[in-house]
Design a protein around this ligand. Structure first.
Ligand code: NAD
Ligand code: DAU
Length: 353
């Protein structure tokens, strides 16, 4: 048996692949275009491991995906590949439309062609798991209940609109063609290998470099934070036991304002890597212009996945953020390579491109 993972060189995808192969000998075909966010250094520990078959390519390349499916005959596709950064989607939505909408459409079509031709037993067992976001539900007021799977879709950014569109395509491919799909909508992840354009790693690397810590607006926007390995565990559970055609919300039951997050990161860095001048890293906090259309609050009601599938996060925010800060402190080379662009040279050396 084999699974096909897309976007497996990105933040969550690489954590998923590493965790999968730490638990199982079932091979992973890893299809990733290696955009700026894809980083094969995340998967360095798998070098030479025959269970990890890396293919550089685009989910929107129908012929490539069809060939991979025919060749490796996976029992499941787990689609992580996406443009994922809200700020980039505001500056340039085109890539988000291409990968998140057109790419998902072509991947679904290739999957449908492959699935249709499978023998009945394999056809029944096949799964297409689409990894999505809580941002499709829009923004909550301070007293609103957290997002359940029944909330209306009200995406507000080009990123969340493109993810919402992809979720709708996945749903339609199930209802119209019978493709056995599962969709997960998860809250903000943090942990090892997160590209330092996202809040938590950006704050860590800036603080270590003595640079300003840019907090948008008043810093009181709320996100629900989940340690990435808990997200990966939830995806494994949904893949194994989720009901076909259903969506599952995944979250950490952990709402915090951005300012709280930044202050916790600063406190941990003060303990582990005090500044030479003795000042707190929090003295670097700088309020900057807000993100246009900035959603005020996200929160996930993860009752359904707990009730139906027995999944709950293993980490609290306190344990998860300690591990995360420790990981960044322990991996200065990874940080330096990502920041300098040297990781692309590594890819070139490794693949001769
Ligand atoms: P990421 O940006 O770190 O990684 C995305 C990966 O996809 C990269 O390796 C990139 O090279 C690859 N990719 C991009 N376009 C591609 C294409 N056309 N074909 C093949 N590969 C392509 O993203 P992430 O944070 O790991 O997010 C993974 C998925 O999880 C995304 O679908 C995202 O919407 C979703 N999600 C993320 C979060 C979060 O907090 N990061 C939360 C909920 C859901
Ligand atoms: O909710 C799930 C989503 O979480 C995922 O679907 C996205 O892929 C992922 O990028 C993330 O989106 P956010 O926009 O919430 O994450 P980001 O880390 O960019 O920002 C988190 C919060 O911090 C948000 O309110 C904006 C704020 N922020 C972010 C940056 C980069 C700042 O205040 N300063 C910053 O410099």
């Amino acid at each position: 048996m084999t699974i096909l993972v897309t976007g497996g060189a990105g933040f969550i995808g690489s954590n998923f692949v590493l965790d999968w192969l730490a638990r199982s000998d079932e091979p992973v075909i890893d299809l990733d275009r290696l955009t700026y966010a894809g980083n094969l250094e995340n998967l360095r520990s798998l070098a030479g491991d025959p269970r990890h078959i890396f293919v550089r390519g685009d989910i929107g390349d129908f012929d490539l995906v069809a060939t991979l499916l025919a060749e490796h005959r996976p029992r499941a596709i787990i689609n992580f590949a996406a443009e994922s950064h809200v700020d980039r989607s505001i500056h340039g939505p085109e890539d988000f439309i291409q990968t998140n909408i057109v790419g998902t459409y072509r991947l679904l079509e290739a999957a449908r062609g492959y699935w249709n031709a499978l023998p009945e037993a394999d056809k029944a067992a096949f799964r297409f798991l689409h990894v999505s976001t809580d941002e499709v539900y829009g923004s909550l007021g301070p007293d609103d209940p957290p997002f359940s799977e029944n909330n209306r879709y009200e995406p507000n950014s080009p990123y969340s609109a493109s993810k919402a569109a992809s979720d709708h395509l996945v749903r339609a491919w199930h209802h119209t063609y019978g493709l056995p799909v599962l969709t997960t909508n998860c809250s903000n992840n943090y942990g090892p290998y997160q590209f330092p354009e996202k809040l938590i790693p950006l704050m860590i690397v800036n603080a270590l470099a003595g640079k300003p810590l840019p907090v948008y607006g008043d810093g009181l926007n709320v996100r629900d934070w989940l340690y990435v390995k808990d997200h990966c565990a939830a995806i494994r559970v949904v893949l194994a036991r989720g009901r076909v055609g259903e969506t599952y919300n995944i979250g950490g039951w952990n709402e915090k304002t951005n300012l709280e997050i930044v202050r916790i990161v600063c406190r941990l860095l003060d303990e582990r890597r005090p500044r030479p001048d003795g000042a707190s890293h929090a003295s670097l906090i700088t309020f900057v212009k807000d993100r246009p259309g900035h959603d005020r609050r996200y929160a996930i009601d993860a009752t359904k996945i707990a009730r139906e599938l027995g999944w709950r996060p293993a980490e609290t925010f306190e344990t998860g953020i300690e591990k995360t800060v420790a990981w960044y402190l322990d991996h200065p080379d990874w940080v330096a390579h990502v920041q300098s662009g040297a990781y692309r040279e590594w890819i070139g050396r490794h693949y001769g491109e």
